[in-house]
Design a protein around this ligand. Structure first.
Ligand code: FES
Ligand SMILES: [Fe+2]
Length: 349
């Protein structure tokens, strides 16, 4: 592994090639844990939640035995599934020809298939998907991969608690999604450094203490942290923690607030970023709405500043003018860490 002092960026080509994005799907996105939703979306037995990972639709259901997840693709001719409730039973039904599956993933009804030779409905099942939980945040992975969930998040509970944050007392309030004309790694790279904050985000810079801005590296994640300036501001006082969990989940933890980012590749030069906002459960609905109104306005401003710079960088990466550049060992420590994990996955695939 290259030292931080010797690190350079990944070559521009890997931010622009359609073939790389296809390889990343198998080598990275199908084999790693990704945040797909939150537990309170499944409040009672029978509840279901549709999400997606690595381009594969998935459904999570709450059964008496706990949460279960399946690939939500019908085994007949790949139709999409929907949640149904009839006769006191919860099940999943295909929108195309109506085959139905139980919450254990088994096919329970294949409409008008009686004449089909050697067809055993009892042998047809939706493929199961592994799930894990980080204080109410649900993570999924499609295939086995190089890291167990406990190893992925090792140390996060302790560090979050030591900063006085309690994720378990937060509940979901709102979701905002952005489609951005840049490669998903361009967005991740930008998230991973505070080097750009003074120039790109002057209003954020006013409330973060840039001199005390630190980046810590764990095996599978990095953490940027900054004391919040004690002057009254949009975030209150305390410590801001910005986690990046490889490959594409971010947890932005601030006093009485969590905002998650999911980065989803769309194609080589486009990605979707989904924000979920969480606030304390014990607050009144009015208090949460008020806090969200000010957070959302500020978050939107910062996000638009990031979007503008990411689009410009993506355009320049694709221009042919640039191949690779040197990284700042003090201010961009998170980038070589992420890029090395990316290289490990892509070279072993
Ligand atoms: S594709 Fe699902 S029932 Fe036909
Ligand atoms: Fe930024």
């Amino acid at each position: 592994m290259t030292s931080l002092e010797s690190a350079s960026t990944l070559p521009a080509k890997v931010y622009c090639d359609a073939e790389v994005v296809r390889d990343e799907r198998d080598a990275i996105f199908r084999r790693h844990w990704q945040y797909v939703g939150y537990e309170s979306q499944l409040p009672a037995v029978g509840a279901s939640l549709f999400s997606e990972v690595a381009g594969t639709p998935l459904v999570i259901v709450r059964t008496r035995e706990g949460l279960r997840a399946y690939e939500a693709v019908c085994r007949h001719r790949a139709g999409s599934l929907e949640a149904c409730h009839a006769g006191g039973e919860h099940f999943l039904r295909c929108r195309y020809h109506g085959w139905s599956y139980g919450h254990d993933g088994a096919l329970i009804n294949a409409t008008e298939m009686q004449g089909c030779k050697d067809f055993e409905p009892g042998e047809v099942r939706l493929p199961a998907i592994e799930l894990a939980n980080l204080q109410g945040l649900i993570f999924a992975r499609l295939r086995s991969g190089p890291v167990d969930f406990d190893a992925l998040i090792a140390g996060i509970h302790e560090r979050v608690a030591a900063s006085g944050h309690e994720l378990a007392r937060l509940q979901h309030h709102a979701t905002v999604s952005y489609d951005i004309d840049c490669n998903w790694k361009t967005y991740v790279d930008n998230f991973l450094e505070g080097y750009h904050v003074p120039l790109v985000h002057p209003s954020l810079n006013a409330i973060l203490d840039y001199r005390s801005y630190r980046t810590e590296l764990a095996k599978w994640y990095s953490l940027q942290s900054s004391p919040l300036d004690s002057a009254p501001n949009a975030y209150g006082s305390g410590e801001a923690l910005y986690y990046f969990l490889y490959p594409a989940t971010m947890l932005n933890i601030l006093p009485d607030r969590l905002q998650t980012n999911r980065v989803v590749p769309i194609n080589a030069q486009r990605c979707r970023v989904i924000f979920d906002f969480f606030y304390p459960r014990e607050w009144t609905a009015e208090a949460r709405a008020l806090k969200y109104a000010s957070d959302a306005a500020f978050s939107e401003q910062v996000q638009q500043e990031d979007i503008e710079i990411c689009i410009a960088v993506q355009r320049n990466l694709a221009s042919g003018s640039y191949v690779s550049g040197r990284l700042n060992p003090k201010r961009e420590r998170g980038l070589p860490h992420f890029q090395q994990l990316w290289l490990n996955d892509m070279s072993s695939s």
